[in-house]
Design a protein around this ligand. Structure first.
Ligand code: PEP
Ligand code: MN
Length: 338
């Protein structure tokens, strides 16, 4: 349930209600909007008993939330969440493009790719240090060494760095280096990892599980938020369907569906979403046209020799072309949306 306070409710009235709820053993999340302050009640609603909350001073109304999740909903927080990373804003109408190799392979490869994507206008650098590979015999990533290389690339380019964590242990090490942690599709329902990411105070990119419904995905985000980390970026990266022409089926409709339901920023990964380099630009444009707040794109200085995901990686020139077109479309979207 959420409590919507009257526009003229005083801070004292808000504090009184919060204190009251806390005494009952409930958690409280306060969202102070431009017009209304919303108090979200976290915990078992039976603890409320017969409390007539509507009658408490300053309360406009209460709204029950039917969904199993609440902190992620727009009922709870109507304004879009904007996440600031080293001065760059993610969400709220700005464009965020995160680019870089699937995996950090070497210092040379990562630095060259970082400089190329920076010059093309990328806002952040990605690169996997811990790689969750389908086969145990595939390249598993450079682990902490890879994180150090990413941090060097940040020093060289100024780009904030994003990388995937695959376990509580890799999360702990990664927190020493990263600006944003990514939880990958294969771990979307690793609830222990979600909880630990919730205890961290860095933004989290939460990718959609390979066969996850939007409801399951939002519940996964709720796990992170319920631990107190409100900085989550949802990333649509394609789901498994009967279609074999593409690696996954990129569910572009997830973007407007999420925009209706949640205040969290939404980005799209056209690389894993399609598995094919030639489809990355068209699907990037489709994502931005559907209202995505940004993209995460795999770029390799030499895709033919990439240790992972070469077929879906863009060469630096293709990425520069992508940036050019995406920026034009993003600017035009302001006029389209009025
Ligand atoms: C990745 O971003 O490199 C990755 C492994 O993505 P996903 O979890 O979407 O498969
Ligand atoms: Mn990849």
């Amino acid at each position: 349930m959420v409590i919507v306070m009257k526009p003229n409710a005083t801070q004292q009235q808000i504090d009184n209600i919060s204190e009251y709820l806390k005494k009952l053993g409930l958690g409280v999340h306060i969202s102070a909007g431009a017009e209304y302050t919303i108090i979200g009640i976290i915990g078992d609603k039976r603890l409320l008993g017969d409390t007539p909350i509507e009658l408490m001073p300053g309360v406009e109304k209460t709204i029950p939330i039917a969904e199993p999740y609440k902190l992620v909903t727009k009922t709870f927080k109507p304004e879009p969440t904007v996440i600031e990373v080293r001065g760059h804003k993610i969400g709220g109408g700005s464009l965020t493009v995160i680019a870089g190799p699937c995996a950090v392979e070497s210092e040379d490869q990562t630095l060259a790719t970082a400089i190329a994507v920076k010059n093309a206008g990328a806002h952040m650098l990605r690169g996997g240090a811990y790689k969750p590979r389908t086969s145990p015999y595939s390249f598993q990533g450079l682990e902490e060494e890879g994180l150090k290389i990413l941090a060097e690339a940040r020093d060289a380019t100024g780009l904030p760095i994003v990388s995937e964590v695959i376990s509580p242990a890799s999360l702990e090490i990664s927190l020493k280096y990263l600006d944003i942690i990514q939880i990958g599709a294969r771990n979307m329902q690793n609830f222990q990892l979600l909880r630990e990411a919730g205890q961290a105070r860095v933004p989290v990119i939460l990718k959609r599980g390979i066969s996850a419904t939007i409801e399951e995905w939002l519940n996964a985000a709720e796990y992170i938020m319920s631990e107190g980390n409100y900085q989550i970026i949802l990333c649509e990266r394609g789901i498994r369907t009967f279609e074999t022409a593409t690696r996954n089926t990129l569910d572009i409709s997830a973007v407007p569906v999420l925009k209706e339901q949640t205040h969290l920023p939404v980005i799209v990964d056209p690389s894993h979403g399609t598995g094919k380099r030639d489809l990355v630009i068209p699907m990037s444009l489709a994502a931005i046209a559907a209202g995505a707040d940004g993209l995460i794109v795999e770029v390799h200085r030499d895709p033919l020799h990439a240790l992972s995901d070469g077929p879906q990686s863009l060469a630096p020139d293709d990425f520069a072309e992508l940036m050019k077109r995406v920026k034009i479309l993003h600017n035009a979207m302001e006029h389209v949306n009025g």
